[in-house]
Design a protein around this ligand. Sequence first.
Ligand SMILES: [Zn+2]
Length: 108
Amino acid sequence: MTEEPRCPICTMPDPLIGPDGYECDTCGHAWAAAPEDGIGEVHDVNGKLLAEGDDVLVIKDLKLNGKAGGIKVGTKVKSIRLVPGDHPIQGKVNGRTVLITADKVKKA
Ligand SMILES: [Zn+2]
């Protein structure tokens, strides 16, 4: 039994299924299909395969929630987790859980 996919934005069930994932009929949000145990491969900016528990270095200043004062270039994010979505790298910076796109990091 697979769990019913729901829109991550408006949480409506029964999204439209497209070639690359799902599209919400209610709010128009589109996202990639993400089976529970199939995130897919995540590569850093140099094309190196990242794995859960890896340490990565941030290679660009990052804003958090669109605000300044986010993550500085050179910040090390230890023991990352990989999560579904377009920001597949989850880690902790200064005690805060952050999500980062794979092209903003390199393996430490
Ligand atoms: Zn929606």
